[in-house]
Write a protein that binds this ligand. Structure first.
Ligand code: SF4
Length: 277
């Protein structure tokens, strides 16, 4: 067993190894942590690098993988990459759910045979309220895409991000009825608050999240390794580096060791309750 596997087994660091595939996106959500939009710098990590580092991570003892962005599925190679990752370890890929045309859905069919889940954002049970934060037609596209993934046997989770997840229990119940009707069970519905970083900070939204509130989960990007998938955020076009663990991401063992050291030095009693899971 490696020292990293020990840290994961002991709960000092999370078992999921995250990748920021890219920073560009077809949407421009009001609370986006990475200020993603169609024209931003892509800052792609790269297909080969992701596969290499995922395999290294598996050898070190990481137990699952996560892919986020930006919108990962604006990259043509994403379905094939997720299939490769899913054949190594259980893989979660985050998506806005708006780029799944017939061709892309066909390319994704092999994911049904693998321990892969596609986590799609849906915040509200009504189009107007949902689209206020995420842009026109978002609701319609998501409620079309989710059943089409489910009917192909592809694992889907729904992620709901709200300013105050407790504020509207009736709306939440209606949203739960909707995801159940689309074939997504309760255990695959995750709810989290907006985090006050990136565009959310500019728009004065969300809860503050520092090292104390976040689970240490090694997150690799084109710009280096970070403490959490909430770390490599962008504000005013500049990458936030307050959660940068190391500028190098290879070999993965090095940033993983640094993350374990940082996590080990955290004061006791941290509330690591905000996670992308
Ligand atoms: S929150 Fe997600 S879907 Fe919205 S702009 Fe950012 S990366 Fe794109």
């Amino acid at each position: 067993m490696t020292a990293i596997a020990d840290s994961i087994a002991g709960g000092e660091i999370g078992g999921r190894l995250w990748f920021y595939a890219n920073y560009h996106c077809n949407l421009r959500c009001a609370y986006c942590l990475t200020e993603s939009a169609p024209q931003v710098n892509r800052r792609e990590l790269g297909r080969e690098q992701i596969v290499e580092r995922a395999r290294e991570g598996k050898e070190l003892g990481f137990t699952s993988l996560g892919v986020t962005g930006g919108e990962p599925f604006v990259l043509d190679y994403m379905p094939e990459l997720i299939a490769t990752l899913g054949s190594e370890l259980p893989t979660l890929v985050l998506s806005n759910g708006t780029v799944f045309n017939d061709r892309r859905l066909g390319e994704m069919e092999p994911l049904a045979e693998l321990p892969v889940k596609v986590q799609i954002s849906l915040d509200r049970p009504d189009p107007d309220a949902n689209d206020e934060m995420r842009g026109p037609e978002n609701f319609r596209k998501v409620v079309e895409a989710v059943p089409r993934l489910v009917e192909r046997g592809i694992g889907v989770r729904i992620a709901t991000t709200l300013e105050d997840p407790e504020a509207d229990p009736h709306g939440m119940e209606r949203l739960c009825e909707l995801h159940r009707a689309m074939g997504v069970p309760d255990q695959d519905h995750v709810v989290r608050p907006i985090v006050n970083r990136g565009r959310a900070a500019t728009n004065d939204m969300g809860v503050l999240a520092g090292l104390e509130q976040l689970e240490p989960e090694l997150t690799l990007t084109a710009d280096g390794a970070f403490y959490s998938p909430f770390g490599p955020t962008v504000r005013g076009g500049e990458l936030d580096t307050d959660m940068l663990v190391s500028r190098t991401t290879s070999p993965v063992r090095e940033p993983a060791k640094m993350l374990a050291r940082i996590a080990g030095n955290r004061p006791a009693g941290n509330d690591a309750s905000i996670g992308i899971r």
